[in-house]
Design a protein around this ligand. Structure first.
Ligand code: LLP
Length: 381
């Protein structure tokens, strides 16, 4: 993905930093928009809230899916129309709710009855009516890492199906709320598309339940979760959006006048981002060699937190360099600060530029200041 000219440019920058390829981002957005034609596509800001990236995404015609008041604020600052902003999350604070109401966002994705009671009360005090969608926990297994599975009954997310009668009853009293639809999200990094087929089946059943009670639902929001290929970022740099949306076109029963909404994060931004780092030291261990980078879990926590794989490349290997095996680690004082064990890389030396690929989603946004560390400025290609 990086040609000689890119590498020469990257060499001029202090590391570690995130590098975003805006041309690839644009191509990805275009492909998603085309494949998702007729659907309402929101971008999940939690994956990456870089302002330049958000501007591209807004220009490409996406709405915004937010999970905090600050994300709502960021979306509005980046000129997303407030009527294209949805706000989810199990723990919305009073201040966040007030701000979202003031901003006239499209809708709150509500995750519990206590939350709806608070939104109702705050909306009433502001003389407003809040549009809400019920986030329903469909109890569909996402076949992904258990930390990023969200649609099971054991997870904290959403309203369980058994609670629905009680919630619908209670809604009659919550007169400052307007129920506009349903929201679902079963997990992230989902590569088995049968999961989305199962979701469609559940949604169809649940819709039937509402229809039998003559409750009209304008919006069906099926969330995000589409996974990307971390192993082959070059041959699979744009996700097969046609097949993904095709599942919904085939299996989701859409009722007359209904809008179908999506909230993709990772699939839109993961492949356009790379964490660029330099090798500080090559250290001989007892059983392995360590390549010690100036980036660590503080800049990209996914390997430490989810044992996630990210492809690592030596961008400045000498021509004809032999392949050697390394544990690639960061400088942070934690044993989990490791990007990968026993990885084969073109032989590395101090000062080599290292690319950690597919880091555009849940990379920079999850960076921390542990050890008082900080990132160098972002580079855009
Ligand atoms: N909608 C809701 C309600 C969500 O909770 C999420 C992600 C999305 C949409 C976007 O999902 P995506 O299309 O990006 O899969 N930090 C983890 C991922 C956490 C995802 C949380 N929710 C990781 O690095 O893998």
């Amino acid at each position: 993905m990086f040609n000689q000219a890119d590498v020469a440019l990257l060499q001029n920058h202090a590391t570690p930093f995130y590098c975003y390829n805006l041309a690839l981002l644009r191509a990805t957005l275009k492909s998603a928009k085309q494949a998702g034609n007729g659907y309402h596509l929101h971008y999940a800001l939690k994956a990456n809230s870089d302002v330049k990236i958000l501007n591209e995404i807004r220009e490409a015609g996406f709405g915004a899916d937010c999970v905090s008041g600050n994300e709502v604020k960021r979306a509005i600052e980046c000129n997303f129309a407030s009527s294209d902003v949805v706000f989810a999350g199990v723990g919305k604070s009073d201040t966040e709710i007030r701000y979202a109401l003031q901003s006239e966002i499209f809708c709150f994705n509500c995750e519990s009855l206590p939350e709806m009671e608070v939104i109702n009360q705050i909306a009433g005090s502001m003389g407003k009516k809040a549009r809400v969608a019920l986030r329903i926990n469909p109890n569909v297994h996402a076949n992904t890492h258990h930390y990023i599975t969200t649609g099971l009954e054991e997870n904290k997310f959403g309203i369980s199906i058994h609670e629905l009668p009680q919630v619908i009853d209670a809604l009659k009293e919550l007169t400052n709320l307007q129920l506009i639809g349903l929201h679902f999200h079963v997990g992230s990094q989902i590569t088995d598309l049968n999961v989305f087929r199962s979701l469609c089946t559940r949604v169809n059943e649940i819709q039937e339940w509402f229809a039998s009670r003559r409750i009209a639902l304008k919006v069906i929001n099926v969330g995000g979760g589409l996974g990307v290929n971390y192993h082959e970022p070059d041959t699979n740099n744009i996700v097969d959006f046609d097949t993904y949306f095709g599942v919904f076109r085939k299996f989701l029963e859409v009722r007359p006048g209904q809008e179908v909404h999506f909230e993709l994060g990772r699939a839109l931004v993961a492949q356009c981002g790379t964490l660029i780092s330099r090798v500080l030291y090559v250290k001989k261990g007892v059983q392995t060699n360590f390549a010690i980078l100036d980036a660590g879990m503080t800049e990209l926590i996914r390997p430490a937190l989810y044992q996630a794989y990210h492809k690592i490349e030596n961008l400045t290997a000498s021509p004809g360099a032999t392949i050697a095996r390394y544990d690639v680690v960061g400088p942070v004082c934690e044993s989990s600060d490791c990007f990968g064990k026993s990885l084969d890389l073109a032989e590395v030396k101090r000062g080599d530029l290292i690319a950690i690929r597919t880091a555009g989603a849940y990379g920079e946004v999850m960076a921390s200041h542990y050890n008082l560390r900080s990132l160098e400025p972002t580079v855009y290609l």
